[in-house]
Design a protein around this ligand. Structure first.
Ligand code: MLT
Length: 201
């Protein structure tokens, strides 16, 4: 997958897996990584799917209606790519924390929904429930930060609460931070995520 890898100053800090929103690319969240964990190595990946020229991590049939077959396929593709990158760059595969926004948060959520060992933790900015009806793996000891919007037009507050309870039901420890800036990735939620990150890892 197209990506950027940056070596961090602390080899023990979690490796940040950066996952952009629809229409973004692997450069978008590099500054967010600096705020979240400045000493971390960074693996920032570009989604392999194009929607009218806009990169995404999986296909959708309409806004909020996901192509579940493609989502599952792309989730495995990303899961395998993380393992491959850990060999290429020599980082610990078991020390990867995702930070994603919107479509990137949704594929990060899908990694959590499909695999017990994909992520050590996750920072999800405006995620949705990636898919329903799946038995989640055991996510005990996986800390998750969710930045949600009371007035997010793409992900309702009810869906944010549903995602929280699904992850908690699988054993994850979930912290939810509420904003009222629609679907926007706001500076204040990034600062909250950084405070949470320092405490969690
Ligand atoms: C998605 O398709 O993943 C969500 O609707 C968010 C977005 O618009 O990218």
């Amino acid at each position: 997958m197209k990506h950027i890898f940056q070596n961090g100053s602390d080899p023990n800090a979690p490796v940040l897996l950066l996952l952009h929103g629809t229409g973004g690319n692997e450069h978008d969240l590099l500054s967010l990584a600096q705020l979240l964990s400045p000493s971390s190595s960074v693996l920032s990946v570009r989604g392999n799917v194009l929607e009218n020229g806009m990169p995404r991590f999986f296909r959708r049939l309409a806004e909020g209606i996901f192509d579940e077959e493609d989502l599952t396929f792309r989730t495995k593709e990303l899961y395998d790519f993380i393992a491959e990158a850990s060999e290429t760059y020599g980082f610990n595969r078991d020390n990867v924390v995702a930070a994603g926004y919107s479509n990137g948060a949704n594929i990060a959520g899908s990694l959590l929904f499909h695999y017990a060992d994909a992520l050590r933790g996750a920072v999800l900015h405006h995620p949705m429930v990636p898919l329903r009806g799946l038995a989640l793996p055991d996510l005990t000891n996986v800390p998750v930060f969710i930045a949600a919007g009371t007035n997010d037009p793409i992900c309702s507050a009810a869906e944010s609460e549903e995602l929280t309870s699904l992850l908690q039901g699988a054993g994850a420890s979930v912290t939810v931070h509420w904003e009222n800036n629609g679907h926007r990735l706001s500076a204040s939620e990034v600062y909250q995520a950084a405070d949470w990150f320092r405490a969690a890892f």
